[in-house]
Every structure is written in C-alpha cells, then in structure tokens.
Design a protein around this ligand. Structure first.
Ligand SMILES: Cc1cc2nc3c(=O)[nH]c(=O)nc-3n(C[C@H](O)[C@H](O)[C@H](O)COP(=O)(O)OP(=O)(O)OC[C@H]3O[C@@H](n4cnc5c(N)ncnc54)[C@H](O)[C@@H]3O)c2cc1C
Length: 614
C-alpha cells in the first residue's frame, strides 16, 4: 500500500500562504476529495511569517498603501485556476471595523484595534497590522481546503531536503528526529540572510581590532542597534528602505517625537551620517490616483518582445539588448499620458507622434529628435538618467550647503510626486510595473535595473520623507552626498566616509552601519537548507538566486533540468517578481506563478497516487 499523499511547503510567509490559497482554489477540479497531508514548515507563525510577525516594533510601517495590498486573485490575473475573491487589506480592515469579519487578535490588542478603526485606503499600515491580515488570509485559505486535506504546522526551520529525484522527499526539521516524508516540496523561503562577503569580513575584523561597531547588511528589524551610542556619529551606507527602518528605530524608537512637523529629540539618538551611490533617498511614493485614460501597456515591451528576446540564439545582454526596449516602453507611458492629460505641454499631433514613436528604433537619435520636436520644454521630457542620479556632476563646498541642497531635492520630489499636474510620473510608475512583469517572463530583471526600479517605484511613504526632512533640520541626520566611500583607517582606528559631492570633506566615526539587505550568494547563504540544495546540484542564476523554471517553479539543476519533485517561489528564486505585494486589478504575476505551481503540484500528486480505477 502506498503512503498517504503528502506535500511540504517550506516557508509560511505571504508566498507560502498564497500557494495554500491556490491549492485550495484548484483542488476541487484537479484533486477532488482525495486525502492529502499538507505540511507547513516555518519557525514563525504561518501567514505573517518572519517579516510581518507580531512581535516587532509598532513604529515600522509597510511601504505600501492599504488599498494597494491584496492576497486575492481577480480576473486580471493570467492563470489557469479559478478566481477566488477576497478583500484587499483596506477592505479587510473595514470588514473587521464594521463587524463583518472577526479578528480575535485585534480584539485583544488595543493598538491594533485603534489602527484598524482609523485605517483608510491611502494610509501606510504598520507591519503588525499587515501581519494580522496575513494570518487571517492564511486561516481563510486553510478553511477553504477540501476536508480531505489535513494541515500540519511545524514551527521549526527545515534544515535539509534529501531523497532521490524520482522518489519521496525527506524534509529534515530542527528539533525533530524523523524527517517528514513527502511526495514533493515547495520552497517559499523569502529573503534570506547571507554571510558577509570579503569586504564586510574585513570591515568587521577592523572593527573588532579597534573596538568599533560594524553592522553588516541585515534585516534591520532584527539587528541589535543598542551598540550605537547616543550623540555619537554613525556612518550609514544606504538610503533605501533599510535606512528608513534604521532611522525610525533610532529616533522615535529611542523616544523622540514629532511636533508640528519638527523633530523633538530625546537625546538618546546617535547622529546618522548617511550616504549612498546616489546620495539621496528613494523617490517618494506617488500620492494620488489615476484619473482618465490609462496608458495601454504593455506596448513595446510585452510578451511578444520577451519571446523574441528569449528565442535569440545567444542569451540577450541586459544593457545592450533589453534596456533600450525598457526605456522605449517607459517613454511611451510618459508621452502617452502627457499627450492625453496635459496636451498644453506638447506641440505635435498625438496620432502622428505615436506613429513615429512606434517606428523609431529604441535608443536612436531619431527617437530623441522626435521627442524634442513634440515636447518643447526639456523639463517635460523623460530623462531616466537624471531621475536616477540627481546629484551627478554637482559639487558643494560646505556640508551645510549640501544638507540644504538634499533637503530641497527631497522637498521638490515630495511636492511633484503629490501633484496630479505631473501625472506622467504615475504613468511611468505603471510602466515600471508592466516592464517588471515582462522581465519576469524573460527571467532576467537585471541587477542594476532592479535597483533603479526600487528607487523609482518602491520608495518610502511621503510621511517618512517628511520625517527625514525634520531629522535633517534637527541635525540628527546629515547627508554625505553621492558616490559615498568608506575607508578603514588603521592608524587612527576609525571609519572614514567621503563623497564625490563634497570633495575634501571627511567624516570620521566609530560605528558603521550597512543599511541594506544582504545580497544573495550561493556560497555565503546562511540557510543550511539552500546550501545543501546547491551541494545537491541545484543551479544558481547570475544574480546568486536559486534557478527555477519560470513556468511552474521547478528547481533547475546545473544542466538546466527541472527537478520533478522540488519547486520554489519568491524572492530567493530567479523567477522573482518584484517581491512586492500585488495591487488589486494589476495582473499580479506572482499570483500566476503561485497558481501554476499549485496546479503542477496537484497534478503530480494525483499521478503519483492514482485512484484504483485510473
Ligand atoms: C523588511 C522588508 C519590508 C518589506 N516591505 C514591503 C512592503 O511594505 N510592501 C511590499 O509590497 N513588499 C514589501 N517587502 C517585500 C517582501 O518581499 C514581501 O512583502 C513578502 O514578505 C515576501 O513574501 P515571502 O513569503 O516570499 O517571504 P517572507 O515574508 O520572507 O517569508 C518567508 C518565510 O520563510 C521562512 N523560512 C525561510 N527559511 C526557512 C527554512 N529553512 N525553514 C522554514 N522556514 C523558512 C521564514 O521564516 C519566513 O517566514 C518587504 C521586504 C522586506 C525584507
């Protein structure tokens, strides 16, 4: 007699939860009421997982607005399985508020309850609130599974998966002698810690020799920040989202507060000297919704282009073969919106312009001339390089002048990105999302472009940038400028930072914080599970991510062969989507991936355990 059918999902954060939702949606048609043991393995509570767990500072926010976060599919998602409707985060909060949905933990947690009472669609919720939504989604998805499915939660990390290619897989858990024996595994491990690279190891060793503090790249909410003393300078490398978390935890997290837009220090804050390659924080989130015509995207960079690039005899080079198409697509989004919503800033017939735009080669002089003729004011033309590097070529002679200039840049960015008079910015944002979807199909999001995407499309909430401005005025944050470099001075036993924007100026500190997530690298992964998979023959992409089949997420070996019984989804894989939660009605490629993997898993389970009559 064969063992009961069994499936293990390793990692029960949003992605693992999304997979369970898809298993439930597809089971009636593909699996019926056959028995199944579904094992969910995660040391953190299922649903919220590690990032959205309850026991974290309530000061940390989501980087998305409540109305932009859904865990449920709709008819815009390209998937074979059925749509199962469910509330986005804002609608769920309204259901709880108005008594249509019960949320026991909100009832027991006054702070959460108060947040739910106040929450509106365009608010940025706390990570804890998102965690409550995710745990509810998880419970909802489990309840939707056929009664023949038994769910087993294991609150432990998986250490290894062993087993033959064509046989049962054994999932070894910490603290449990007998491994789980399952037919197949799906890894939804999220962002993983990586050990330090050579540069980080050298900086840590330097810090140890001189009694300094060095915090290497990490998930900021998990870092021990107590080693950063009040009033002391701290050099911070990185001005992205990890910086925002760090800034919050070291200011309000240490008792500071905002009064009438100004920061009132507690006296326990260090002084943050913050720099990065760009020298400025990520662009503010756009603060208004789309009115009127939506740019019809994708236009020049969609599935057809992806297929054409993928079928070339040589793999396309991102910069040479892909980027020009990406830029043409973003330009299209920008000018389409300019012509339809702000025609007074154009000087050509729209149809004629669009026809010529379509015919011009990406990146060509012809395209540039066409735009220059049709859009008289250079400020109305899309200049991706200038957007990307606003401090390039700028020099200041004093740190105070630099502080003022960066504050002016942030204030201007905030004001523009909250001004529907520049709705071409919103069109470019939609273009970025669309391009991302195509790049995922292509299996190459280009590391540099991924950074640019995050900078432009995934910046902090406006209120966070207003806080940053106040912290800068209060002298708690000081900007270092673009092209920030950090050196370790053996003689003086300090870290020293310099930047291209402020030649000649140096900042010395006894603490250095790397404000970013660790870059994935197979050789340095801190995940024993992933390490053993690589040792077992799994392949990595050029960016250090786990190589998977973009179709159904099967893990690829170094010969490119999909593993018949091992699947992986999410940010640790080469088929990563933007990593972000899906906005309602935007097609959400991650949903399509979850659906394809869930269906492949159910079909395989059924094949491995045929009914007597099959
Ligand atoms: C700090 C941070 C903030 C973010 N904020 C936003 C945001 O505001 N909006 C947005 O759209 N996106 C945000 N993102 C993007 C993020 O990728 C997604 O929000 C989402 O959490 C990804 O879901 P996931 O399930 O793939 O990964 P995770 O949420 O990381 O979940 C993976 C789970 O796998 C578990 N796991 C890992 N290894 C093992 C193992 N060996 N055994 C068992 N379990 C294991 C972990 O404990 C974890 O619970 C953020 C990301 C980070 C890192």
């Amino acid at each position: 007699m064969s063992a009961r059918p069994a499936l293990a999902v390793i990692g029960a954060g949003p992605r693992g939860t999304g997979l369970v939702e898809r298993l439930a949606a597809n089971a009636p048609a593909l699996y019926g009421d056959r028995p199944l043991d579904l094992h969910l393995v995660d040391p953190h509570p299922p649903g919220s997982g590690r990032i959205w767990r309850r026991d974290q500072s309530p000061l940390l926010w989501m980087n998305s607005m409540a109305e932009d976060v859904t865990m449920f599919t709709d008819d815009t998602v390209r998937q074979e399985g059925p749509v199962r409707k469910g509330p986005a985060l804002d609608a769920w909060a309204a259901d709880v508020r108005e008594g249509r949905t019960r949320c026991a933990e909100a009832a027991a947690d006054p702070r959460l309850r108060a947040e739910i009472e106040m929450l509106r669609g365009r608010d940025f919720p706390s990570r804890r609130l998102q965690g409550a939504y995710l745990r509810w989604v998880y419970a909802h998805a489990v309840a939707a599974l056929p009664p023949s499915v038994t769910v087993h939660e294991h609150r432990a990390p998986a250490l290894r998966v062993t087993g033959p290619r064509d046989g049962r897989q054994l999932v070894h858990l910490a603290g449990r002698a007998a491994p789980l024996a399952v037919d197949l595994v799906v890894l939804t491990l999220g962002h993983l810690d990586a050990g330090p690279d050579a540069e980080q190891r050298a900086l840590s060793a330097f810090a140890d020799r001189h009694g300094l503090v060095h915090l290497p790249p990490a998930f900021t909410a998990d870092s021990d920040l107590s080693a950063l003393p009040a009033g002391e300078p701290v050099i911070v490398r990185g001005l992205g989202l990890a910086f925002v978390d760090l800034m919050v935890l070291l200011t309000e997290g240490r008792g500071g507060r905002y009064e009438n837009g100004e920061y009132v220090p507690s006296g326990r804050e260090p002084v943050l000297y913050a720099g990065s390659r760009r020298g400025v924080p990520y662009r503010a989130k756009i603060g208004y919704g789309l009115q009127g015509e939506r740019p019809p995207l994708p236009r020049f960079f969609g599935p057809a282009r992806a297929a054409e690039l993928r079928d070339r005899p040589r793999p396309p080079d991102f910069r040479r073969d892909i980027r020009p198409h990406v830029d043409k697509e973003l330009g299209y989004a920008h000018y389409h919106r300019l012509f339809t919503a702000h025609p007074e800033r154009t000087a050509a017939d729209r149809a004629a312009f669009e026809e010529k735009y379509a015919a011009a080669e990406p990146g060509s002089a012809e395209l540039r001339d066409l735009i220059a003729d049709a859009v008289p004011d250079p400020a109305d033309r899309l200049d991706l390089d200038a957007l990307d590097r606003p401090l390039d070529g700028i020099r200041h002679t004093s740190s105070d002048a630099l502080q003022e200039a960066v504050r002016a840049h942030i204030a201007a960015d905030l004001s523009r990105r909250n001004d529907p008079g520049h709705s071409e910015d919103l069109a470019v944002f939609l273009g970025l999302l669309s391009v991302y979807g195509t790049l995922v199909r292509l299996g190459d999001t280009g590391d540099e472009w991924h950074g640019f995407f995050s900078y432009l499309a995934s910046g902090p909430p406006g209120p966070r940038l207003r806080q940053l401005l106040a912290l800068s005025r209060a002298g708690v944050v000081r900007f270092l400028g673009a092209g920030t470099t950090v050196e370790a001075d053996e003689e003086r036993g300090v870290f020293r930072a310099a930047s291209a924007t402020l030649p000649g100026e140096r900042v010395e500190a006894r603490a250095l914080v790397e404000a970013r997530l660790p870059a994935p690298a197979p050789g340095r992964t801190r995940s024993p599970l992933l390490r053993t998979l690589y040792e077992d023959g799994a392949a990595a992409t050029a960016s250090g991510l786990l190589a998977v089949d973009p179709g159904d997420g099967r893990i690829l070996d170094r010969a490119g062969r999909p593993h018949p019984r091992r699947f992986a989804l999410g940010p640790h894989t080469g088929a990563r989507t933007s990593g972000a939660f899906t906005r309602p009605r935007t097609g959400g490629p991650a949903f399509g991936q979850n659906d394809a993997t869930a269906r492949a898993a159910l079909v395989l389970l059924r094949r491995l355990h045929p009914d007597p009559g099959d």
